[in-house]
Write a protein that binds this ligand. Structure first.
Ligand SMILES: NC(=O)c1ncn([C@@H]2O[C@H](COP(=O)(O)O)[C@@H](O)[C@H]2O)c1NC=O
Length: 519
């Protein structure tokens, strides 16, 4: 039975309708300063916490609910503790509704000072939440306004909230306070000095907080279980925030999620209307055009054999014509910023096709940091920023400089190469990839694969290599297949031999000075 509630919220969204319905059922509401004012203004009967405790809020609100009558009222276990609580002058509190000072939002604000950040560390709120969550056998704890409706519905139906719900809400509270404290620890341990000015990118303590989005049918293989976890504040435009619009026959699998992410990252690195077809995290066909339909058709035809069962990412809204083209082959997933209604109708006719809409990404949607699990830890790094501009600002090191068309093709090959597993080699024309050599243990082998895939179209094409050529053999092999221009970072002790091999074959070569390994 809920007879008394303590409400103390920074985020006051949904507060008034929620409290109105509690009060209508005779619940006595205790509240702190600002919350009390908001409820009183809405004519909701409310008792000030300071009247309940007999202690005024002090030190600009630093101490308002840190009182035995509050914590005794929350933590009391029922009849066995009632007399002790009454001796303190307290009463049982059955519902705690509290959300915290916006520490993470304050931290994220540009130009915010150290003092303001520290002042936004909530102390009383987490203490009440933790007391209530510990005592979930008796007390209901609500930290998320998104849970108001469910709690009210239960309460209005039965006068209480079932144990299973109380336990789930308590778990949510501890996850919330853990993440909140993690953010505080991250901030304090990132400070370069005690003035709170400069911050390091990699704090001494890193707490990562995720919530389960959904369980997966299985992991990478059917004998492995798996689940998809979402960041608490996943940016819009990310895979985690993408909306699923398919016919609904099949959920995204572990491998689908990884592949969709790879395809999205690749297509976002291209400004022209572009399509990327991915298999096993590697782009197998990428093309650009003046419109999205022809870009997709060219990307598919770049390696039609591999495109079967592929994952397709597009960087423009999908129209009906593009949807018809997509529906011509068996694909696992399609991801794009959005779809026209008639395009969706076509795609939904494919029962098992997963269709994802990310919304406009406008340069956003990327993660700032990326990490990977290794034995006993994680390695964390900045994401590899865009490859745009690197080709045109690179250094021509051969006798022949690339033509304008070769430069355009080199730029495309280079952007794609960044998204191919190392050792990565990409052959391309000005508008599409022709052959991709991915994930080989020797670079020359990747060249061999890319040239074989390109076949006769290798003649006159351009080639990108994600890292330097350790020997001249890769360039010599490309020359045998008629490759006309090459872009690579340079930096090998054998660069002179590599450049000489290019000159012998009349190949134009650009060194970018930037490596794009992908492991
Ligand atoms: N100091 C305290 O005892 C205390 N008790 C509750 N709070 C927080 O004060 C906020 C609500 O304040 P108000 O009702 O004045 O707007 C909530 O975010 C709550 O978590 C406190 N603030 C900080 O620690």
């Amino acid at each position: 039975m809920i007879q008394r509630a303590l409400i103390s919220v920074s985020d006051k969204s949904g507060l008034v309708p929620f409290a109105t319905r509690l009060a209508a059922r005779g619940v006595e509401i205790l509240s702190t300063g600002g919350t009390h004012r908001a409820l009183s203004a809405a004519q909701i009967p409310v008792v000030a916490v300071e009247d309940y405790t007999g202690s005024p809020e002090v030190m600009d609100g630093r101490v308002k609910t840190l009182h035995p009558r509050v914590h005794g009222g929350i933590l009391m276990r029922g009849d066995r503790d009632l007399a002790e609580l009454e001796q303190l002058g307290g009463k049982p509190i059955d519902l705690v509704v509290c959300n915290l000072y916006p520490f993470e939002e304050t931290l994220a604000r540009a130009g915010v000072g150290h003092e303001e950040i520290i002042e936004n560390i909530d102390i009383g709120g987490p203490s009440m939440l933790r007391s209530a969550a510990k005592n979930h056998a008796r007390v209901v704890t609500v930290v998320d306004p998104g849970d108001y409706e469910e709690v009210l519905a239960e309460f209005e139906r039965t006068g209480g909230v079932p144990q299973a719900t109380r336990q789930r809400l308590a778990a949510k509270v501890f996850a919330h306070t853990a993440a909140y404290d993690g953010a505080i620890a991250g901030y304090l341990s990132s400070l370069v000095d005690d003035q709170g000015g400069e911050r390091e990118a990699y704090p001494r303590h890193l707490t990562l907080a995720f919530e389960r989005a959904y369980p997966l049918r299985y992991g990478e293989n059917p004998h492995q279980s798996g689940a998809f976890y979402r960041e608490r504040r996943a940016a819009s435009g990310t895979l985690a925030q993408a909306e699923s619009l398919g016919a609904g026959g099949k959920e995204l699998s572990f491998n689908n999620l990884v592949d969709v992410d790879a395809a999205l990252e690749a297509v976002r690195d291209i400004e022209l209307p572009a399509a990327v077809v991915v298999k096993h995290t590697n782009p197998c066909g990428v093309a650009v055009s003046t419109d999205i339909e022809s870009a997709y058709r060219a990307a598919r035809e770049a390696d039609a054999l591999s495109a079967f069962g592929g994952i397709v990412a597009l960087n423009r809204e999908v129209d009906r014509a593009t949807a018809v083209a997509l529906a011509e082959t068996f694909l696992e997933c399609v991801v794009a910023p959005g779809y026209t209604a008639d395009a969706l109708e076509v795609l939904r006719s494919k029962k098992n096709l997963r269709v994802l809409a990310t919304g406009a990404w406008l340069g956003g949607g990327h993660q700032a940091l990326t990490w990977k699990r290794v034995g006993g830890g994680i390695v964390v790094q900045q994401r590899d920023a865009t490859a745009a501009g690197e080709v045109r600002s690179g250094k021509v090191v051969t006798k022949r400089a690339p033509t304008e068309e070769e430069l355009t093709a080199l730029d495309l090959a280079w952007r794609v190469c960044k998204h191919v597993k190392s050792n990565a080699i990409v052959l391309a024309s000005a508008t599409a990839t022709l052959g991709v050599g991915a994930g080989q243990m020797s670079r020359v082998e990747s060249v061999r694969i890319a040239c074989r895939k390109a076949g006769a179209s290798a003649r006159g094409s351009v080639m990108a290599s994600d890292a330097f050529f350790p020997f001249a053999d890769g360039v010599e092999l490309a020359a045998e297949h008629g490759v006309a221009a090459i872009v690579q970072p340079g930096g090998s002790v054998k660069d002179a031999e590599v450049v000489a091999a290019a000159d012998r074959a009349g190949i134009a070569m650009i060194l970018t000075g930037v490596r794009h390994f992908r492991h």
